[in-house]
Design a protein around this ligand. Structure first.
Ligand SMILES: *[C@@H]1O[C@H](CO)[C@@H](O)[C@H](O)[C@H]1NC(C)=O
Ligand SMILES: *[C@@H]1O[C@H](CO)[C@@H](O)[C@H](O)[C@H]1NC(C)=O
Ligand SMILES: *[C@@H]1O[C@H](CO)[C@@H](O)[C@H](O)[C@H]1NC(C)=O
Ligand SMILES: *[C@@H]1O[C@H](CO)[C@@H](O)[C@H](O)[C@H]1NC(C)=O
Ligand SMILES: *[C@@H]1O[C@H](CO)[C@@H](O)[C@H](O)[C@H]1NC(C)=O
Ligand SMILES: *[C@@H]1O[C@H](CO)[C@@H](O)[C@H](O)[C@H]1NC(C)=O
Ligand SMILES: *[C@@H]1O[C@H](CO)[C@@H](O)[C@H](O)[C@H]1NC(C)=O
Length: 812
């Protein structure tokens, strides 16, 4: 306490002066010989807290008795007469204490507006009330002795360091938070924050009778869903007390730590705030709920919420389960949850169920779960297997690392599971047939006795050696094929594809001299598949040379693909391939040179973004759509690009866009419109949900990527940002602005000056149409082109999916 005072004193000499000079009048103690009238205050011994009368902002006629931080009077941490305010017209309020300890707040006419119910004491006392440095107002006998009453036992909406949050199982007393009704109305509001002591301890926010949010069970170190609180345990250590007369969560501030308060605000958000004495503001340390996945049971039974997805469908099912109602699910009605793909074989002795680990999650609601702090994880596993109603288990206390101690077992179902960083492992019970790995690269970790493990490791090394040898051989064979392939091309023997190609072949020597032996100065850029150099060939012709890196994913297949494809494509919004070169392991592509680099270099760069005004951006959007239309429809083939993104759109001298990078494109025949692949390639964020999740792609996957690009061009915000203006990503942000009729807020401020908002709105609407989760709802690129080119073409406004979804979310 003294240290805290010193710190405060150093930073706040002025406040200290004020409190010392006032010390004569403002003491920290109230007894029956004096009283506190409106205008007077009690100040704690170190000056940290003040008790007195206040009016909330904007409501000068209502008077309340409260305790606040002396340094920050607007931070009220306790209010006595929350339900009965004193009116300033009925005279001056006064706080008095009777000699037996009854604390009463009287209005001007002597009526009791509020009273503290002191626990009756058999022995007669001479009571006094004292405001402690912790912010606690304590009523007790003058000579010390039992605490008759304390404000810490009657929290308002704020938890301070040292305050209990929980319950006394013997008396039934509960310490919980109740929100204010409004930011300037301390009347108890709709939200409560309670420590749930059934199952594992969990701190739960309620709105009326509806559970809105839970932090996840206490795991000995933190609440399972908010591991971030552990990161400043040096300053504010959290502890949980479990005793016959007390089950409580308490946070304790280290000596010298700045003031901290945990507030349940009037809209149900809990914030942990730390006072910065230098800038004199409260900084937010943690906030919950943080995002849509914190919404209680959002994905229903056996659902798993993941906020890091590009789509606005944040819900998935845990492994081995599928949505109960897939169509509702795609309509964002995910609360129906998931059901088991294969029923458990419970009870059958010849076959058994097993467990699969769901990693890094906030553990499910333990309200109906069975907790055994004495059991090991191994014992739990056996017990769970033996009990037909058990569906999952997990470690209950992770202190000490490893498997932790104790365990919790869920019966019937699990709800409210989400991914979190540093989350816990959940062991999910599945039928045996579901446990067989399905040609996926998921590594199953098995704990083996050391000897077996060593043997296996040796065997593994041997196998790797053999495999590498084979791969080397394979590589050599591949090279031969390449040589043959290119030779075939030169001989015009048609090995490259089904068409004769009129594509010049450059010698490697030409390329080396063109790029000054791949000089760093000539480097234009670097992508996933290699480096791009500027070069001069022939009579001063500038070209861009893509040198595929040997370790890149682009093998002969992609190379062939790109060469064959682009050689056939001619459109002013597609980059032109001029030739190619193969030399040993080197694979090179020679393109027309575009002096302006790619679109992302402009729109995401703080300075360069000003070079792209609205008319230019609109032109780019239209150009990209036309290029895409050519790919999808107007060339003789249906070509799906599969990796459309801003860095693959190059700009020429007059800022016309050209789509590049066809390494992943796929050609469809006349009747084919969709396909599946096991190898999902592309860029996270631009990939449509059905492609990212199931590998299903169609022209509508490109439509999706196009929509993302449009929204990026308009907003100057990257899809890859994990938090976008308080939303999980750019799409969520755009949706929310759209449904709130504030879509124009999305427009990048750097183009605001010359912006035609009607055009921008149209583009936003089209962008949102394109990023709808259901591929069938997304428009074909041909309609997009029509809508963009022709102002009178109506744009469908049935953005129902996202709109409904976000409306619901905003309403909560
Ligand atoms: C409060 O104290 C003042 C002065 O000590 C006294 O005049 C007044 O009557 C007291 N009020 C009550 C309600 O006890
Ligand atoms: C009560 O507050 C209002 C608003 O500030 C003020 O106008 C009025 O004079 C106050 N009345 C008394 C009795 O203090
Ligand atoms: C004091 O007790 C009475 C009766 O038991 C109750 O109505 C009142 O709400 C209590 N007051 C406080 C502040 O707890
Ligand atoms: C809280 O922190 C103070 C200062 O570090 C320490 O003296 C006290 O023992 C702690 N209390 C608990 C309950 O951990
Ligand atoms: C147990 O499993 C075996 C193999 O799947 C099956 O043949 C048998 O009918 C099952 N018995 C019961 C009682 O379900
Ligand atoms: C607990 O069980 C009751 C009764 O079966 C059920 O209504 C409730 O939803 C369950 N709660 C949770 C969190 O699973
Ligand atoms: C199975 O688990 C449920 C819930 O955890 C429990 O109520 C029941 O007693 C258990 N049955 C057996 C036989 O252990």
């Amino acid at each position: 306490m003294t240290k805290l005072l010193c710190l405060t004193a150093l930073i706040f000499p002025i406040i200290l002066c004020l409190t010392t000079s006032a010390a004569g009048s403002a003491s920290d103690t109230l007894d029956s010989s004096n009283n506190i009238t409106d205008g007077a205050t009690l100040v704690s011994a170190g000056g940290s807290f003040t008790l007195g009368f206040f009016s909330p902002t904007g409501v000068p006629t209502k008077r309340y008795l409260g305790i606040w931080f002396t340094a920050s009077p607007e931070a009220i941490c306790w209010v006595a007469n929350r339900e009965t305010f004193l009116s300033n017209t009925s005279g001056v309020g006064v706080l008095v204490i009777g000699s037996t300890g009854s604390l009463r707040l009287l209005d001007g006419s002597g009526r009791t507006a509020w009273s503290a119910n002191t626990t009756s004491s058999s022995a007669p006392v001479v009571a006094q009330a004292r405001l402690l440095e912790s912010g606690n107002l304590v009523v007790q006998d003058q000579s010390g002795g039992d605490v008759l009453w304390q404000s810490f036992d009657h929290p308002s909406n704020t938890l301070l360091a040292g305050m209990r949050f929980g319950k006394d199982p013997q008396t039934g007393a509960e310490w919980f938070l109740t929100s204010w009704r409004a930011s300037n109305d301390p009347t108890p509001g709709d939200y409560r924050r309670v420590l749930d002591t059934r199952g594992l301890l969990d701190s739960v926010s309620w709105k009326g009778n509806a559970k809105k949010y839970r932090t996840g069970p206490w795991n000995g170190l933190w609440f399972s869903g908010i591991p971030e609180t552990a990161s400043y345990k040096e300053m504010y250590s959290a502890q949980v007390v479990v005793r016959p007369d007390e089950i409580a969560y308490i946070f304790n501030a280290s000596a010298g730590a700045p003031f901290c308060r945990l507030v349940l605000n009037e809209v149900g958000v809990v914030q942990q705030l730390g006072w910065d004495p230098v800038s004199r503001v409260w900084n937010v340390f943690t906030q919950a709920p943080r995002d849509v996945c914190d919404d209680y049971a959002k994905c229903g039974a056996f659902g798993l919420c993941n906020v890091n997805t590009a789509s606005t469908l944040f819900c998935g099912c845990v492994v081995g389960f599928s949505p109960v109602n897939p169509s509702q699910w795609s309509m964002r009605e995910t609360r129906g949850g998931c059901r088991r793909n294969v029923p458990l074989e419970c009870g059958n002795r010849t076959t058994t169920d097993g467990f699969k680990t769901v990693r890094a999650v906030k553990l499910p609601d333990t309200y109906n779960a069975t907790v055994d702090m004495g059991a090991t994880l191994e014992q739990c596993r056996a017990r769970c297997l033996a009990n037909c109603s058990c569906v999952a288990y997990a470690a209950a206390d992770i202190r000490g690392g490893g498997d932790g101690t104790g365990c919790v077992m869920w019966k019937d179902n699990i709800v409210d599971v989400r991914y979190v960083d540093k989350g816990q492992d959940l062991y999910l019970r599945l039928a045996k047939s579901e446990l067989v790995e399905k040609k996926k690269r998921n590594v199953v970790l098995i704990i083996l006795p050391p000897v077996t493990a060593c043997l296996l490791a040796l065997m593994g090394m041997f196998l790797v050696w053999i495999w590498r040898k084979r791969k080397l051989r394979g590589k050599r064979r591949n090279m031969d094929i390449q040589k043959k392939m290119m030779a075939g091309h030169l001989d015009e023997t048609n090995t490259l594809g089904d068409e004769n190609l009129d594509l010049p072949f450059f010698s490697f020597g030409d390329i080396v001299s063109a790029t000054n032996n791949f000089a760093e100065d000539n480097l234009l850029g670097q992508g996933g598949f290699g480096k791009v150099y500027k070069g001069i060939v022939g009579e001063n012709r500038e070209v861009a040379i893509k040198r595929l890196s040997q370790g890149s994913g682009q093998g002969i297949e992609e190379f062939r693909n790109e060469v064959v494809l682009i050689a056939k494509l001619q459109h002013r919004n597609l980059v032109r391939l001029l030739g190619c070169c193969i030399h040993g392991d080197e694979k090179l592509l020679i393109y027309e040179y575009l002096p302006n680099k790619s679109l992302d270099c402009f729109i995401f760069d703080a300075a360069s973004k000003y070079l792209l005004d609205w008319p230019t951006r609109f032109k780019i959007i239209k150009g990209v759509s036309r290029g895409l239309l050519y790919l999808h429809q107007d060339s003789r083939l249906t070509i799906i690009h599969r990796d459309l993104k801003t860095s693959n759109i190059l700009l020429d001298t007059d800022m016309s866009p050209k789509i590049s990078d066809f390494g992943m494109a796929r050609i469809f025949g006349g009747n084919q419109h969709a396909a599946n692949t096991n190898r999902v390639v592309g860029t996270y964020g631009y990939m449509s949900p059905e492609y990212a999740m199931d590998g299903a792609f169609s022209v509508k996957s490109d439509t999706y990527s196009f929509g993302v690009i449009v929204l990026e061009i308009i907003s100057g915000l990257k899809i890859s940002l994990t938090h976008c203006k308080g939303f999980p990503n750019l799409l969520a942000y755009a949706w929310s602005l759209w449904i709130n009729d504030r879509a124009t807020d999305l427009v990048d401020s750097s183009v605001a000056q010359r912006c035609s908002y009607s055009e921008a709105l149209r583009c936003i609407q089209i962008g949102l149409l394109c990023v709808q989760d259901n591929p069938d709802s997304r428009p074909l690129i041909s309609s997009v082109v029509t809508m963009l080119e022709n102002e009178t073409t109506p744009v469908p406004s049935s953005l129902m999916l996202g709109a409904n979804y976000w409306a619901l979310w905003a309403m909560d």
